[in-house]
Design a protein around this ligand. Sequence first.
Ligand code: SAM
Length: 118
Amino acid sequence: MHGVQGKVLEIGFGIGLNLPFYSKDFVEVHAVDVNPKMTPKALQQIQEVPFPVQHHVLSGESLPMEDESFDFVVSTFTLCSIAKVHQAVQEIWRVLRTGGRFCFLEHGRSPDSKVASW
Ligand SMILES: C[S@@+](CC[C@H](N)C(=O)[O-])C[C@H]1O[C@@H](n2cnc3c(N)ncnc32)[C@H](O)[C@@H]1O
């Protein structure tokens, strides 16, 4: 997460596995995940870090955050699981400030046909 700093929105936060990789002195994270079952473990992870993290059970497809309100949006292995991915990307674009950056990690289609169709 090198270089990610300021006000950060993480979409598809899960149980917060990315938290240890943020630069702790320069970051404020707003964590979004649609699945409330992730919340208890996510809140445990949040307790472990020395920077502010706000956790929200929300869909990345429809965010209540203001336009241009984030320096960075982060997502890892999440876009592949969002049903209306174009809508989510539009929302990411909307909430990023001018010059802000979207940092994402995704996998490609598996060469195994069974896995690919799954
Ligand atoms: C494969 S997990 C990745 C979790 C985490 N980013 C990581 O790398 O460990 C995908 C996550 O995206 C969340 N997710 C799926 N659809 C979503 C949506 N529409 N909005 C927000 N989060 C969503 C799931 O609940 C899940 O926690």
